[in-house]
Design a protein around this ligand. Structure first.
Ligand SMILES: Nc1ncnc2c1ncn2[C@@H]1O[C@H](COP(=O)(O)OP(=O)(O)O)[C@@H](O)[C@H]1O
Ligand SMILES: [Mg+2]
Length: 225
């Protein structure tokens, strides 16, 4: 309570599609529970550290979120204490949900291009998110159709940044519902060409190899068989 007062949180709203015990919340992971915080007439997202999490605090995550914000990625950081992180509220849907109601090819292509661009910018500053290859819960889309990468808890600047290749794996190479939906809207990818583009990007990361990869991911280059 003291930390919440320090942050200026006036009320915590328990609503959302996930649940923690008997309460509705925006989301839940191994480290945190995310709810809505009200302050000065505004709503923000409040990540609370779970008492059973093994992390020391949320301060490291906050530092990495601030770094992501420098390249226009992640929800805007607002404030942090040891056990609470306040940030921009992404009022919308998981990408997976968004895809069930947005089936126009151009809007799907636009969202995917924007996600890949954010990943490219994170790669450029050497900030590896760490959970983009198999984490459907970390790509959100707000009601203005802007995509956001959330949860920099396992992010690091010590690893080789592989956000672009990881997110490609999640969006285009797996067996998930997201992959299937994307393939049904924009067509199947040409697998060998996509692999080649991924390999080239991994080997030589620059704007040219990134754009070649983007093209493989998004354009109509597929054989439908
Ligand atoms: N800024 C935010 N706005 C709205 N929902 C969020 C926000 N940040 C996280 N969430 C939701 O809460 C869930 C849990 O948050 P996350 O940061 O992934 O916690 P953990 O580190 O425990 O995995 C996310 O998967 C997402 O659905
Ligand atoms: Mg998470």
């Amino acid at each position: 309570m003291e930390e919440l007062k320090m942050l200026g949180v006036e009320a915590v709203e328990f609503s959302g599609k996930s649940s923690a015990f008997t309460l509705s919340v925006l989301g839940k992971g191994y480290v945190g529970i995310v709810t809505i915080a009200h302050m000065q007439g505004k709503k923000l997202a409040l990540k609370m550290q779970r008492v059973d999490s093994e992390r020391e605090s949320l301060e490291h995550e906050a530092e990495l979120l601030v770094k992501a914000n420098t390249v226009r990625a992640g929800p805007q950081f607002a404030a942090v204490t040891k056990h609470f992180l306040l940030m921009e509220l992404i009022d919308g849907y998981l990408l997976e949900e968004w895809l069930t109601t947005h089936r126009s090819k151009s809007s799907v292509q636009t969202i995917l291009a924007e996600i890949l661009e954010q990943c490219w910018r994170l790669d450029e500053i050497g900030l590896d998110h760490g959970e983009l290859s198999k984490a459907p819960k970390h790509l959100l889309v707000n009601k203005a159709d802007a995509p956001f990468i959330v949860d920099f808890e396992t992010a690091s600047t010590q690893r080789n940044a592989s956000n672009v290749t990881s997110v490609c794996q999640f969006l285009f190479q797996g067996q998930s519902e997201v992959c299937k939906t994307i393939a049904s809207v924009i067509g199947k990818r040409d697998k060998p060409e996509l692999l080649e583009a991924l390999r080239n990007y991994r080997k030589t990361r620059n704007r040219q190899t990134f754009e070649a990869l983007l093209k493989q991911c998004l354009t109509n280059n597929c054989n439908t068989n």
